[in-house]
Design a protein around this ligand. Sequence first.
Ligand code: GLV
Length: 294
Amino acid sequence: MSILFHCTFPNEKKWLQSVRKKFNRHKVFTIKDKFNFNEIHYAIIWNLPDRILRKLVNLKVIFSLGAGVDHIINTPSYKNVPILRVKDPNMAKRMSYHVHSQILNYQLKLNLFQKAQLKKKWLGEMETLLNHEITIGILGVGFLGTAVGKYLKKMEYKVIGFKKSYSQSIKPFKLYNKKNINTFIKSSNIVVSILPSTKETENFIDLNFLKQMKKDALLINIGRGVSLNENHLLQHLNKNKNFYVSLDVFKKEPLPKTHKFWNHPNIIVTPHAAALTDIDSSINLMHLRYLAFV
Ligand code: GLV
C-alpha cells in the first residue's frame, strides 16, 4: 500500500520530509517519481492535477492538506472517494489572530492613520468603539468559523453566526439561517466570511447583501474568493466611502497585477495567508485519522 503526496506550497520539501517520517511504514511517492498508479491507496494532496487523479483508481481516502476541499471536488475526475480535511486547532488560532488584526486595524482607525501618514497628515485622536459595543457576524460557522467566533467572544465582542442549516444547541453564539439572514447582516458592524467554495456560495456576497450592511462596516473574506461578487463590491465602495474591506481570498489567485483591488484605498489585500497549514500538527492529526480509518 503506497501513498501519493503532492502539494504546491512553497515549503513542499519540508512537507514531504515530514510526511515520509510520520508514515514511515509506507512508500510515499510524489508525481515526479516512478510508481504504479494502481498501488496508490492514499493521497495526501493540495492541488493535484486532474491528469494524475484520473489514474488513481484504487484510492481509499484523500487527505486534503488544507481546510478547504474545493481543490479536490472541483477536479473533473473526482468521484466519491472519502476526503479527510485538516481540522487543526493551530490553523484555527492563526486564523483568529488574522481576523482580530483586521478588526483592530479598522476599530482603532489604524487604517486611517496609515493613509494619513503617507500624506504626513496628523489626524489626532479619534473616537473608537469598545469591543463589547461591536457586533461581529460570522458567515459560515463550520470548524474554523466556530473557532474564530469563540475567540472573538472571549475578547468581549458580540458574536453572531450564519449557517444555512444548524443546530443551535451546539454553537456558543446566536445563529441565523437563510430565513433571517437580513437581520444577521443588518446587526453586524463587521462581517467575517469563512464560506467554502460551493455552487450555493457562488457570489453569495453580492450588491443586495452589501447594501444591507451598515454604511461604515468592515467586510473580511477569509473563506473563498468565489463567494464574493468582486464587481458588486467595487460598485458598493464607489458609493460608500466609509466602508472597509479586508480580503485574503480572490476569484483568481494570485490576484492579477491589473486588478482594481490592489490600489483601492479601502481594501486591504493579503495573499491567501490568513492561516497556513501547520506542518507538524496537521500531519500528526492526519496520521491519527489514518490509523482510525485503516
Ligand atoms: C486554505 O485556504 C485552506 O483551505 O486550508
